[in-house]
Design a protein around this ligand. Sequence first.
Ligand code: OGA
Ligand code: MN
Length: 210
Amino acid sequence: MRAMQISSDHPLLLRIVDELAEHGWSQQNIFLPMDLTRALAAECRKRAAEGELAPAAVGRGPTSEIREAIRGDRIQWIEPGQAPACDSYLALMDSLREAINRGLFLGLEDFESHFALYPPGAFYLRHLDRFRDDDRRTVSAVLYLNEAWLPQEGGQLRMYLKDRGEYDVLPTGGCLVVFLSGEVPHEVLPATRDRLSLTGWFRRRGNEPF
Ligand code: OGA
Ligand code: MN
C-alpha cells in the first residue's frame, strides 16, 4: 500500500479540530478508507497469532502492573517501519497532530500508539488516560478495526461527556474517536467477540528535570 499523504488542512482533520475545541471530543464514523482499515486489522490479527500481543499494564513506570480486573486487553506498540499500513496511519496522525497544534495551540510533540485486542469478556473499567505521574498524554485517539459490529455484541466505548452525559460508541471498523485525555472519563464494555483497535495518544513535552 502506498504511504498516504493527507495535508494537515484536509477538511476532515479541520472538522476534528473544531469539534475538539468546541466539545472536547469528536467522533468520525468514516475516518479511514476501508482498505487501510482492513490492512490494519490484518496486521493486528497477525501479531496476535504470532503471540506478540501482551497483557496491558495499568499505570506507568515501577508501579505499573497487570490487573485484569481493571483492563483485560492485550497490546503491542507500533513503531515506524514495521508495516506499510501502520506507516500510513502514523503519517495521517502526524497530519492530525499538526492540525490540532495549529487550531488549539496544544504544542503536541509526538504520537504513541498500540494495537489492542480485547478477547470476549474483557473490559477496561472507567478511567482517564492521564497518568498521575506523567501528564504528557493530552489528546487520545482510538481507531476501531472490526467489521460489521452489532450493538448486541457489546464492546462499546462509553464516554462520560460534559456536554451530553453517558455516550456510547460502537467499535465499528474505520471509526475514529478523539478526545482530551485529561477531561473525558471513559470505559470499554465487555464484548462477545474479539474487539480490535489502534489506540494512541498525542503527547506534549514533559516537565522532567535535566
Ligand atoms: C484505552 C482505552 C478505549 C477503546 O486504551 O485507554 O480507553 O475504545 N481504549 O478501546
Ligand atoms: Mn482510555
